[in-house]
Write a new protein. Structure first.
Lengths: 270, 270
């Protein structure tokens, strides 16, 4: 089911700026029994994005109601997309845009049992991610860089590390990247590029509860290779261990990982 | 009139990757009596883009026929948009995409008489443009950076200069930027960011015919300020003189500008 501005539908106007210019934002929500997990993190990122792009405010209750209608009672992923709607041709946005809201559900999702989660095999994407402080952090729909990065994955990879145009390690392709070094849990900043993941924000907020120190810093590739462990986080997989494809390193079972208690807590957080 | 995959229509499927991810390309064509001006430049850029993004080839004759149907006999701007079509959710593109072609016309265009063209007032956009060699040059639909740059224009500006994240002058917001210094006609490269404009390509190809040397180089802001003259080029305005909003410099009438003969030739080129 897809709701477009609250009405079931399948079609968007061909003049929508989301289509013509990538002028939109989205959220990928893990919905359980109609309720999006970590909603307050999604809502905060979305409202920051609306504000930075100059979109009008949205009614939170209306969005939650639409998400619940689409999500139903199954555990599934729901995508919420908000575009600047229609406008005159050209980059100039209309002064008082009427946004387009699209809420679409995916197939019911069998969440893997935490104990059965296996380590992701990580490559290095050979497509750089642009640096732009004005867009950094936002989950906007101008995502062609990520599409190209995803296209660059080689056979056998489950994920790939993205670097920016200056060679700094930024993230995974479909989630945020984490390095563990002792009790430090390091993730690249999202002020110049990358996406401010909701699970990333939750982990930074809660790392101390589990005896870790959350740190935002650019690791260089050698530090990635030398980390005690690597992880990728996103709404679908939570926090998942990862291992470099190039490494010949055994990775302990997830339930033996020092981060496992936090992974379980994130899995169950709402 | 809008043609979607050759059929008159107004609606795009809500799962189109052009809408969800900015996964598309476009061309803005000045069409005269059904024929796009400088089509071979547009077609070359489009086919390069299709190739770099991994889209299937398009039939040139079919596109030209659709452009003619939409353009009719008036002088108007036509936008051709090509997206990767529908696919499974997520960044991963489908292996064999079926692209969506959208050809849409604008209102008939009264082209200004070359002699009546007045100088554009140029500001400096305060939003940087990301650096990404994989996307540089392409006229793709992930254009949120340009939307933000356009939004940053101040009152009284007709255009604004964009710089990249390293502070290098890249282009105007809606066209390419040119500096004249003696017989040199300088425009920034488009290998790391920016769009390879069709008029830009034509000018580089033809500058020597008019006694100028076309040069691709990054000017620093001081060189922009110290240039003998500035110009902006795009499909709608051709090559148009420009003047910095901050400058207190008289700009000669266009017909007294050394570039006027080339401007006229570009205006009439096909």
């Amino acid at each position: 089911m897809i709701l477009i501005n609250g009405e079931p539908g399948m079609a968007i106007r061909a003049q929508d700026r989301g289509l013509l210019l990538g002028d939109g934002l989205f959220e990928t929500l893990r919905v359980q029994a109609g309720r999006p997990q970590l909603w307050r993190y999604h809502w905060q990122r979305l409202t920051q994005g609306l504000n930075r792009l100059g979109f009008p405010e949205l009614a939170e209750g209306q969005l939650l109601e639409e998400i619940a209608r689409v999500g139903g009672n199954a555990d599934c992923m729901v995508r919420l997309t908000v575009t600047r709607g229609e406008g005159p041709r050209g980059y100039a946005p209309p002064e008082n845009p009427t946004v387009t809201r699209i809420v679409s559900g995916g197939p019911a999702l069998e969440m893997p049992k935490p104990k059965s989660i296996r380590s992701l095999t990580l490559g290095w994407a050979d497509v750089p991610i642009g640096i732009n402080p004005a867009l950094a952090g936002l989950k906007h729909t101008s995502r062609l860089e990520h599409v190209l990065a995803r296209r660059s994955w080689r056979s056998g990879w489950d994920e790939a590390i993205l670097c920016d145009a200056l060679g700094r390690v930024v993230s995974a392709t479909q989630g945020n990247l984490w390095l563990r070094r002792g009790q430090k849990l390091i993730t690249p900043p999202v002020r110049e590029s990358g996406i401010a993941g909701t699970r990333r924000a939750w982990v930074l907020d809660h790392a101390a509860d589990f005896g870790f120190e959350g740190v935002e810093a650019y690791p260089d590739p050698a530090e990635v290779r030398g980390a005690d462990a690597l992880y990728v986080s996103n709404a679908r997989i939570g926090m998942t261990p990862a291992n470099l494809a190039e490494a010949d390193k055994a990775v302990p079972a997830w339930q033996d990982d020092p981060l496992y208690p936090m992974g379980i807590a994130l899995h169950e957080a709402d």
